[in-house]
Design a protein around this ligand. Structure first.
Ligand SMILES: Nc1ncnc2c1ncn2[C@@H]1O[C@H](COP(=O)(O)OP(=O)(O)OP(=O)(O)O)[C@@H](O)[C@H]1O
Length: 684
């Protein structure tokens, strides 16, 4: 059954504090309506706090700083639009006054008064200036708006680019700020100011014009014009200015929705294959029956449903009150009314109501428009969790071509927000000398990738210390460390750029050297398939979407086909993708700055030969650099390793060379034998 809005305390235990939201049941819905802090005008939804005002001030100062001349032009246009309506009204009333005087006064033979010419010229000038202001306003919205959007797009991109991974994973940074929000908000605030000024001038003028005829008619008329706009705010509940969550809680409705979804293509195979249609239809029918007519109309409509027709009748009559009032004046005080008064009444009653409703609407929406601006500024100000050091890397005196030496002591780490009760790695210690080849082995989840992430300073450890060339990793400048590191990871991505750029970005300084790019693609085994593309190395594999179909074009088959053609993407297999990413790493290895290379299982989709070749070529490209491999298929690598780190459940259980660890017959020997056995079985 439909139930009237009933507001309940969302948090029954707290009796002193205001609950953060009202909990309301409506039809099949549960509504959680935020009780927002700040100054609220009842019924109008005006809710603005000093914090929001300071954001608005900052938005204005930014918009002003982006282009002062454009800002001044923008303000001027709005100022004209504010005074235009009352000015036009004033000149219209003067014009009518002279027209009436001439027609009714019977002055047909005499020459017209100069005031008539002036009023006509002024009225025409107003119209011309309004045309100019409309044209300028439109251009300002597009060009000034675009300039402001570009400015904030760039700042957002810059902030996102600099943000480190742990900070990016915080909920606050996952919101995507809207670069248009600042201009939209400033525009709305200007329009609010403009409408308020316009309303004040309109009221003043109406009051003056009408009071000059019928005594006291001005204030009464104005009050009657505004009443129909104000009354609904106090008489009708609505959700349009409120923040709320709508949740379907009626179990029969929820089941109906779930069953309805089973018609989607995703479930086709199971539903058709399993012959489930009959069961689904029966259950759907039962759910509808159990719902028993409880309305599922949108919650906002149920919320504003009145108990009886009285408010609607009152509001309807209210909108005719100004006309009734003038009818009364015409009956009881006909001498005080003129043609001019009637014309002004006609024009102003509509204009006043429109401007006032606009203001009511804008004061309710402005705080909502400030919210995205607030979140934009918040996102721009977020500081990285991984703090930058000050020491340059490599330090003075480090021999050219020497790899990084690494010392790890009592390292522990838990991922931020992890629900696990165990550390990802716990009390890990090991040392790697400059130029060593290291292989980290261990079962799934044993902490191998986590170690790589800590060595690359993607995260900072929870406790323990990492030293690079005898100094704490956190004392070095992050940009220097990144410049000295090449990292080929398992979660690799292609950029929505050309293949040449995708590879060249490994070493941007040499990006223009296509020969080097091709050489690197050959090393990673990517050249063969890249050659086959029509556009070769210029091919863009994952282009950013650039076309869209208009709403009206949905039923135009030719347009739809054309869109498909435009959007057609060239795809590659998972293994080919891995080869392209590996090509980028070979490109990076050209740089003499690289002193540390990490290779974390980048070969899951490669065929055995591809994987073998990749590891061999990476190993050969080492040239004195320190290199760490993480891989499950380590048989062909560990025999070359200077150090094998064997991990289990987040701890290092063994370290040594292949021979030493096999001799120890522990965890490494166990993993190695499992692989060898599987291989022997496969080859039999
Ligand atoms: N982003 C993350 N958030 C929370 N926990 C994580 C995250 N990444 C990894 N873990 C957890 O940390 C532990 C170590 O994971 P890690 O990825 O380092 O293991 P691994 O040895 O590299 O595993 P695999 O061989 O499967 O790649 C695991 O228990 C894993 O569930």
């Amino acid at each position: 059954m439909y139930r009237k809005p009933r507001e309940a305390n969302a948090n029954p235990e707290s009796t002193e504090k205001r609950p953060p939201f009202a909990d309301i049941r409506l039809g099949v819905w549960r509504l959680l309506v935020a009780q927002e802090p700040g100054f609220v005008i009842p019924g109008l939804g005006w809710n603005i706090s000093p914090m929001k005002l300071s954001i608005l001030r900052r938005a204005f100062s930014d918009v002003y700083a982006i282009s002062t001349p454009m800002f001044l032009g923008f303000i001027l246009t709005h100022f004209w639009m504010a005074i235009e309506s009352p000015l036009s009204l004033y000149f219209s009333s003067r014009l009518l006054f002279y027209i009436e005087h001439r027609i009714v006064g019977g002055a047909a033979g005499s020459s017209p008064p100069t005031g008539l010419y002036w009023a006509t010229a002024a009225r025409i000038a107003c119209s011309v200036l309004t045309g100019v202001a409309d044209w300028a306003g439109e251009r300002q919205t597009i060009f000034y708006g675009t300039r402001i959007r570009y400015h904030f797009q760039e700042r957002i991109l810059e902030a996102n680019m600099k943000r480190d991974l742990p900070t990016s994973q915080e909920a606050e940074t996952s919101e995507s700020p809207d670069p248009s929000s600042v201009f939209v908000c400033v525009q709305e605030a200007c329009e609010l100011a403009r409408s308020t000024l316009s309303l004040a001038l309109q009221l003043r003028l109406t009051y003056q014009v009408l009071s000059s005829g019928a005594k006291n008619a001005g204030p009464v008329f104005v009050a009657l014009c505004l009443l129909p706009v104000l009354a609904p705010a106090f008489m009708q509940s609505n959700l349009w200015s409120k923040s709320y969550i709508v949740q379907a809680i009626n179990p029969h409705h929820v089941r109906k929705m779930a069953l309805n979804k089973l018609a989607d293509d995703d479930y086709k195979q199971e539903v058709l294959g399993g012959g489930l249609s009959e069961y689904i239809m029966k259950e759907y029918h039962d759910a509808c029956k159990s719902l028993g007519g409880v309305p599922d109309a949108p919650a906002y409509r149920l919320y504003s449903l009145s108990k009886n027709a009285l408010p609607d009748i009152f509001l309807s009559v209210c909108s005719d009150l100004p006309t009734f009032y003038f009818a009364c004046l015409a009956i009881f005080r006909p001498a005080q009314l003129s043609l001019m008064h009637i014309a002004v009444l006609e024009q102003t009653s509509m204009a006043l109501r429109y401007t006032f409703s606009l203001i009511v609407w804008m004061i309710a929406t402005l705080p909502k428009l400030i919210t995205p601006v607030e979140s934009l500024y918040r996102v721009l100000a977020i500081e990285n969790q991984v703090k930058d050091g000050e020491m340059p890397y490599p330090t003075e005196g480090t021999p050219n071509g020497a790899g990084m030496s690494i010392n790890v002591r009592n390292l522990s780490f838990t991922y931020p927000g992890s629900k696990s009760t165990k550390d990802a790695i716990n009390n890990v210690s090991f040392s790697i000398e400059s130029g060593q080849l290291v292989v980290i082995v261990g079962a799934n989840g044993s902490g191998k990738s986590t170690i790589i992430k800590l060595l690359n300073r993607t995260y900072d450890p929870t406790s323990g210390e990492i030293s690079i060339d005898k100094h704490s990793i956190s004392s070095y400048r992050l940009a220097d460390l990144r410049r000295a590191t090449a990292n080929l990871a398992q979660d690799h991505h292609l950029f929505p750029l050309s293949i040449a750029e995708n590879i060249g970005l490994g070493h941007p300084a040499m990006m223009a050297d296509l020969e080097k790019v091709v050489e690197c693609a050959q090393l990673a085994g990517a050249h063969g398939f890249v050659e086959k593309f029509e556009e070769g190395y210029k091919t863009v594999l994952e282009p950013a979407s650039s076309a869209s179909l208009s709403f009206g074009g949905e039923d135009n088959e030719d347009l739809k086909k054309e869109l498909k053609k435009i959007e057609r993407k060239i795809d590659v297999s998972g293994g080919e993708r891995q080869r392209l990413v590996a090509s980028r790493t070979f490109m990076r290895l050209i740089s003499k700055n690289i002193k540390f290379v990490t290779v974390d299982e980048p070969s899951s989709a490669l065929d055995p030969q591809g994987e073998y070749d990749l590891f061999e070529r990476l190993r050969q490209a080492r040239q004195g650099r320190t290199m760490i491999f993480v891989t499950h298929r380590f048989g062909h690598l560990t025999k070359y390793a200077d150090l094998i780190i064997c991990m289990k459940d987040g701890t290092v259980v063994e370290t040594g060379t292949h021979g030493e660890l096999i001799g120890r017959n522990g965890e490494y020997a166990h993993l190695y034998n499992v692989q060898a056995k599987a291989f022997a079985t496969e080859s039999r």
